[in-house]
Design a protein around this ligand. Structure first.
Ligand SMILES: NC(=O)c1ccc[n+]([C@@H]2O[C@H](COP(=O)([O-])OP(=O)(O)OC[C@H]3O[C@@H](n4cnc5c(N)ncnc54)[C@H](O)[C@@H]3O)[C@@H](O)[C@H]2O)c1
Length: 250
């Protein structure tokens, strides 16, 4: 075994120990009382959130207390999900982009799922942690590097954990590669790149109403019109979803 490998292992072990101490401290700081129910808020009630709502509303130990979304159509569609599962309607905050802050002021919300467009993720996640709510973020969570640090620093300062909810990151094969990387099987990693590396034109380009497979159109009619689906510059040429598979590596 080479000296450099040992050194790398040592650095890795030290870093992991450091991380463990930090994590333990965070967890100690964050010690929620055990409750019979988890009381949720949803920020951004569009397409993605409906799946979460459907899952939550089928559980007796989860209640959705409130929803914040400025768009009437999204709120109406969300209400259909509540009707489907015959559960009480939540309190709605739909008075503009900042009304989610009023949801965060509620004492009866433990955690929030953030399903708004990307540019809102770090802002809303940071506000949630500052308000003492645990955020789950659908996803990328941040656009600029500094936003990532702002999210990490807020989590450490408040002691509130945040979950990056990119489901693909937690797939068995992706976790296996993460594990292999941590064991040093690929040597030192100097570059990482993620993205949707397969044909998803039916998702990326839509008619502005239906999320999936509603036609491939370019220019003004592409994803930006279905506002949560990722397109930051609106050119349609960027690497969509770079966090795909790379999430837990950060
Ligand atoms: N993990 C996955 O498999 C998966 C799948 C689809 C989408 N997503 C992610 O989910 C997020 C939402 O995507 P979507 O498809 O539901 O888009 P969508 O356009 O259907 O929903 C986004 C909603 O956010 C609302 N919104 C905009 N600004 C807001 C604000 N300031 N406060 C509160 N709400 C606001 C919009 O009105 C809209 O209803 C995106 O970040 C996307 O990347 C993840």
């Amino acid at each position: 075994m080479s000296a450099s490998f040992n050194r790398r292992n040592f650095i890795k072990t030290s870093a992991l120990t450091g991380a463990a101490v930090t994590l333990t401290n965070s967890i100690k700081a964050f010690a929620p009382a055990k409750k019979d129910k988890v009381r949720m808020g949803i920020i951004g009630a569009g397409f993605r959130s409906h799946e979460h709502m459907g899952n939550f509303l089928q559980r007796e130990d989860v209640e959705i207390i409130a929803i914040a979304d400025p768009q009437q159509r999204s709120v109406d569609e969300a209400m259909e999900v509540f009707k489907k599962y015959n559960r009480p309607q939540p309190v709605i905050y739909r008075n503009g982009n900042e009304d989610y802050k009023n949801l965060l002021k509620r004492d009866d919300v433990d955690a929030v799922i953030i399903c708004s467009p990307w540019e809102w993720h770090s802002i809303q996640a940071i506000d949630a942690m500052k308000a003492g709510k645990i955020p789950g973020v659908e996803v990328c969570g941040a656009i600029k590097l500094q936003e990532c640090w702002d999210v990490v620093n807020t989590s450490e300062k408040t002691g509130i954990p945040l979950m990056m909810m990119e489901n693909v990151c937690y797939r068995r094969d992706v976790m296996a590669v993460l594990n292999m990387t941590r064991q040093g099987m690929f040597g030192e990693l100097i570059h990482g790149q993620g993205g949707y590396e397969h044909d998803l034109r039916g998702v990326f380009f839509n008619d502005g109403v239906t999320a999936y497979d509603s036609g491939v159109e370019f220019g003004k009619m592409h994803t930006a019109k279905h506002n949560g689906v990722p397109s930051i510059t609106g050119t349609g040429t960027e690497n969509f979803i770079p966090h795909m598979v790379l999430g837990p590596w950060r």
